[in-house]
Write a protein that binds this ligand. Structure first.
Ligand code: NAD
Length: 418
């Protein structure tokens, strides 16, 4: 499967191989579980505002179709490529299975810098991508959601393009849409709120007083900013945040409500009054109780894993820690890891709720959404901690084992056609 060759895909495969050994999965079953079911690459020509034509590359990977439709985010970022998307799709499969959701994993993306496109160019690009994807998606086939560089407005354009194609409104084609179009209350906050809930559970587990804890967060987009607010509600002091342009630090704690307002105007945390500047590298090595990578993959590497000074590493981002860094962290039992497939699962759990609400055209209140979200996360957290302790394996291996085992059993029960 050389078409997927990319460091992030290799990383996802390495993790899978370790889990397959732990679970003693027969070699005949391994490739069938590991490699994506199907992938599509499309070229997307659009008119730029200056009248020129530019062609972008778009991708969608559906990892497995065994348990239901596929589900996964859509990413707009210059580095998007087939291998990265395939890795993210694989992780989505294990995440959905860990949480007991009736989905396979998927992911998609367009290689572009959304910050350099006007709003009308972004709309044309999103609609063109959706048009190219039509034979490949549907509310019972593959359902997209926001990820890095995309937001509820992008989901609204996808829903509109798909609905115009079929001739009636199909809200269930995407999740993470605006609430007025059939989005779910609590979806925008779901990932960060889930991170907050799980960090709180982790502090109970290791006996840390959350009301006296400090946190540093890499990335201040949807996941990073809501995680910050959610942790602050548990009493955590947020001492540093970074984004793609730089970062800020204040040992006395940042005023998050002022920071939100500042970012809304300035599009970055950089220059926030009353804070010193800090780089992304410095943030990861800052002394703090809770470290939350909430931006990109492969941020915690063999170079810096030995230098982390946190008690809890809460992976808001997908794939922030390389397998080499995992090996170093395995020698550092003082750091409690909440692995990505568990830590950021709140997003897909509430996406599932949104999809269910859309299919039945019956909408829930936010309290019901949050209550159901926490129940699912609680079960996944408890099962992961318990398996990790019982088998003496890392939290990552425990979470992945639970997910992979469920997909393997479903495939075995369905059998192989023909
Ligand atoms: P976003 O686009 O809303 O925000 C991304 C943030 O990361 C921005 O603040 C951006 O400036 C920052 N960033 C980008 N490049 C950076 C760099 N090199 N160094 C530091 N910061 C950088 O995206 P998001 O939805 O918050 O997603 C963030 C991560 O969380 C991704 O890994 C995504 O796959 C994962 N995730 C998102 C969701 C969701 O519901 N949105 C769910 C699960 C996982």
């Amino acid at each position: 499967m050389e078409i997927y060759n990319h460091p992030t895909f290799q990383m996802a495969c390495q993790q899978f191989d370790q889990v397959a050994d732990i679970l003693d999965i027969p070699h005949d079953d391994r490739d069938r579980l590991k490699y994506p079911k199907r992938s599509l690459i499309v070229s997307l020509p659009i008119h730029r505002d200056d009248g020129s034509t530019q062609v972008f590359s778009g991708y969608r990977v559906q990892h497995h179709l065994t348990l239901g439709p596929t589900k996964g985010g859509l990413r707009f970022h210059p580095d998007v490529c087939l291998g990265e998307v395939a890795a993210l799709a694989m992780w989505m499969s294990w995440k959905c299975a860990l949480c007991g959701l009736p989905y396979g994993g998927a992911k998609g993306g367009i290689a572009c810098d959304p910050g350099k496109l006007s709003i009308t160019e972004l709309e044309r690009l999103t609609r063109r991508y959706t048009q190219e994807m039509i034979p490949f998606i549907g509310p019972q086939v593959d359902v997209m959601a926001p990820d890095l560089g995309t937001n509820p407005q992008v989901m609204a354009w996808i829903m509109d393009t798909y609905s115009v194609h079929v001739g009636n409104s199909v809200p269930g084609i995407v999740t993470g849409k605006p609430v007025g179009l059939g989005g779910s209350l609590g979806r925008r906050e779901a990932t960060g709120r889930g991170v907050g809930y799980l960090v709180n559970r982790a502090t109970d587990t290791i006996g840390l007083d959350i009301g006296k804890a400090t946190a540093a967060i890499q990335g201040f987009g949807n996941v990073g900013s809501i995680t910050a607010l959610s942790l602050a509600r548990y009493g955590v002091k947020i001492i540093a945040v970074t984004d793609a342009f730089g970062g800020i630090h204040n040992a006395d704690g940042l005023n998050l409500w002022e920071l939100e307002k500042y970012v809304a105007v300035n599009r970055s945390v950089v220059g926030f009054p009353g804070a010193d500047s800090i780089t992304n590298e410095e943030l990861l090595e800052l002394p703090c109780d809770i470290l939350v990578p909430a931006a990109l993959e492969r941020q915690i590497t063999k170079e810096n894993a030995g230098k982390l000074k946190c008690r809890i590493l809460a992976e808001g981002a997908n794939g922030p820690t390389t397998p080499e860094a995992d090996a170093i962290l395995a020698q550092r039992p003082e750091i409690f890891l909440i692995p990505d497939v568990l830590c950021n699962a709140g997003g897909v759990v509430v996406s599932y709720f949104e999809w269910v609400q859309d299919l039945q055209s019956f909408f829930w209140g936010e309290t019901e959404v949050v209550d159901k979200l926490f129940r699912i996360l609680e079960t996944a957290f408890t099962q992961t901690v318990s398996l990790s302790r019982k088998q003496k394996i890392s939290m990552r291996m425990a979470a992945l084992s639970l997910g992979v085992r469920r997909v393997q059993e479903a495939k075995r029960t369905r059998g192989l056609f023909p």
